[in-house]
Design a protein around this ligand. Structure first.
Ligand SMILES: [Zn+2]
Length: 700
């Protein structure tokens, strides 16, 4: 994934803006290190709060200067001045949040609590600053601009307009009221859903019922029971998705059913928890906001700023995908049912809680490949240097040199200097791959500094993962998932490293949500190209390549019975859109919500008991609790873009440097400086993404 920061934290590092800072806080001084890298040998936790306070004050003063300027507004004195106004804050905040995510000590957690409301206040203050907006509007409406200047002006102007800057006072007041109410409701959602999921845990009396689980998993159930009050000896904890991983192993069908039902009914009012009232109100308020802004529904309002742009484009894309998917799903279900009937008899009817169980058995019978078997071939350093870096060298001509002299915030990190094909310095890249208690879960890319010609700043990019670190002297080994994750995150890193844009705000990965995952997903494709794979997948002790038979089984197992994963994603995507493509007067009430879900799935042909949505309405956190409303389709959309790009490479030579240069020129270097669909079309020669390619890529 790619982490997003708030819009106005757009950075600059000019020494002139630092005149007010005469103290010795290293965050407020221009770093002497190459690329202006943060000097972690000097930065202490106590430096962050005062630095952020100073930087916020500085941005306020800079905005004030723009507003009080008596000259007519121009690009330079307004747009550019605004773009640069939060430079110091961006620089300080980038370092702070980078460390907070990856090494959150109690002291930093305390600072974070103080910092967040300060940043929200500042953002609100800027968004609703009418005088500032009037100047921006004047430039937007009057100055003839082209290229990046025009794009920057347009982006800033639109951001204000989309927040309601053109609305009359009473409507603006209503927008603010709605924002406030939505954040209250989301707060309640954030309290209720974890509680509901927690309460859905399934209690188990005897070890015999848990047959099929490993001893380690059973011990985990025992620990979970203890930590939850111990009302029974064992407890199966429910995870956030509809399907529960434990269903692949549990032999006891009755228990499988209990687990599945606990999952799907966790928050739909059949038990103690019901989130439908929250869902209904959030959906209605969003629809109202869209109407105030002049759109027919929330999805139309939200999609305007994406690559897809309209609900028609997204629906056409999904309809193609659904049509191609359905026969594959039916065949997969039939194959699993027939397999189950071999042991359960000819009358056995496959239920959704049986699917993972029999699919896992089939997979073991046909392919039998375990993590333990493949991990010795994935030494973390080899994957990074002989795989991830090697692919980038082959395709883009860039090279890497480790810099042990540049300080990091943790000793497990490595720093590399990246050079262009002509030997010119291009970027700094930090990798922080090992898990530790102070790091949050998952994997991500972000930056300490974005590329900007305006600021004379080269990019300082980092990747963070959560792999296990081997004891001293042993090689750290990765699972296949972790290998592809490393390629994925480095795809984001390349989007930052190869950026060549004038303005900070438009550079690197600051692109729409339905585009940003494309370079990363595309970069995963290099992990399996034979010339790359054979170059990094070597036994950690013997140096031997992975045996052909093991390699074949492993690659086949990746896409084994993959229709399900596509179907659960499609169903969730369509639910998200169904809720956000209604006028405010037609939003279902809490009582109607369950039925609405069934009808919505039926309408798009995805009502299939065997393939329920990955998240059902009542526990769909992406759309009710976080920022993915009308945006869940982005996962499939960017995957299709990535597959189309990979096919384009394959047809011209997957490792052909000429194609690499073309991709770099037309997409990776360009940040958000052009129309994203046009960039895609320029490189691929296709007018629209071709969804059918996705099925082939998923082995369907
Ligand atoms: Zn990503």
């Amino acid at each position: 994934m790619k982490t997003f920061k708030t819009l106005f934290m757009i950075g600059i590092a000019t020494a002139m803006t630092l005149t007010a800072c005469t103290n010795d806080n290293p965050l407020l001084q221009q770093s002497d290190l190459p690329y202006g890298a943060p000097d972690f040998s000097k930065i202490q936790p106590a430096h962050y709060l005062p630095a952020i306070e100073t930087a916020i004050r500085e941005q306020r003063e800079n905005i004030d200067k723009i507003v009080k300027n008596t000259e007519d507004p121009t690009f330079d004195n307004t747009i550019l001045a605004f773009e640069e106004s939060g430079a110091l804050l961006a620089r300080v905040a980038s370092v702070f949040f980078g460390v907070v995510e990856a090494d959150k000590t109690p002291e930093l957690a305390e600072t974070e609590k103080k910092v967040m409301p300060m940043l929200t206040d500042l953002e609100n203050e800027i968004t609703f600053n009418r005088q500032l907006f009037e100047r921006i509007r004047y430039v937007h409406d009057n100055e003839m601009l082209t290229g990046e200047k025009q794009k920057l002006t347009e982006e800033i102007y639109k951001k204000f307009v989309r927040s309601g800057a053109l609305l009359p006072e009473d409507k603006m007041a209503r927008m603010k009221e709605i924002n406030l109410r939505i954040s209250e409701l989301q707060q309640q959602w954030g309290d209720q859903l974890p509680e509901a999921t927690n309460d859905a845990a399934v209690w188990v009396e005897t070890k015999e019922e848990l047959a099929g689980l490993s001893e380690a998993d059973i011990a985990q159930c025992q620990d979970d029971a203890k930590s939850r009050g111990g009302q029974s000896p064992y407890c199966i904890v429910i995870v956030n998705t509809t399907q529960q991983p434990v269903l692949a192993s549990l032999d006891n069908r009755e228990l499988r059913k209990r687990v599945f039902e606990a999952s799907i009914h966790r928050a739909d009012g059949t038990g103690n928890h019901n989130t439908f009232a929250l869902v209904s109100e959030i959906a209605r308020l969003r629809a109202e906001q869209a109407e105030i802004m002049g759109y027919k529904d929330y999805a139309s309002y939200s999609l305007e700023k994406t690559m897809a742009k309209t609900t028609d484009n997204v629906m056409a894309f999904l309809e193609n995908l659904i049509a191609a998917y359905k026969p594959k799903a039916d065949a997969e279900t039939k194959a699993i049912e027939e397999y189950a009937r071999k042991t359960m008899g000819p009358d056995f009817e496959l239920q959704p809680y049986d699917r993972f169980y029999y699919s896992a058995k089939m997979k073991k019978e046909l392919l039998d490949v375990s993590d333990d078997e493949v991990k010795p071939y994935f030494n973390i350093d080899s994957v990074q240097q002989n795989g991830v870096f090697y692919a980038a060298t082959r395709v883009y001509g860039i090279t890497f040199k480790e810099r042990k002299d540049i300080p990091t915030y943790h000793p497990d990190m490595k720093v590399f200097e990246v050079f262009d094909k002509d030997g010119k310095p291009l970027a700094l890249f930090y990798s922080d791959y090992f898990r530790r208690p102070t790091k949050r879960g998952g994997a991500w890319m972000s930056e300490f500094a974005k590329q900007s010609r305006q600021r004379n700043q080269l990019p300082i990019i980092y990747n963070v993962c959560n792999s296990a670190k081997a004891p001293e002297g042993k090689p750290s080994l990765l699972t296949w998932d972790e290998v592809t994750t490393m390629f994925h995150e480095f795809g984001h890193a390349l989007h930052g490293i190869l950026s060549d844009c004038q303005y900070n705000m438009l550079s690197g990965t600051d692109v729409a949500r339905d585009f940003v995952e494309m370079p990363s997903q595309f970069n995963e494709s290099f992990a399996v190209i034979p010339e790359i794979f054979d170059h990094y997948a070597k036994h950690a002790e013997t140096g031997q390549p992975m045996p052909a038979d093991l390699k074949e089984r492993m690659l086949k197992s990746i896409n084994f019975q993959s229709a399900y994963a596509l179907g659960e994603n499609l169903a969730a995507t369509c639910l998200d859109l169904a809720w956000h493509m209604l006028p405010s007067t037609e939003i279902p009430t809490a009582e109607q919500a369950s039925n609405f879900e069934v009808e919505a799935l039926k309408k798009v042909g995805l009502l299939d008991v065997q393939v329920p949505p990955r998240y059902s309405t009542s526990y769909f956190n992406h759309v009710w609790g976080s920022g993915y409303a009308a945006g869940y389709y982005s996962y499939l959309w960017t995957e299709v873009l990535a597959v189309n790009i990979a096919d384009c490479f394959a047809s011209r030579g997957a490792l052909n440097p000429e194609v690499g240069q073309d991709f770099r020129d037309k997409i990776l270097s360009r940040g958000n400086t052009g129309d994203l669909m046009q960039m895609f079309a320029d490189f691929t020669g296709m007018e629209q993404p071709d969804a059918s390619a996705l099925l082939k890529a998923r082995g369907l």
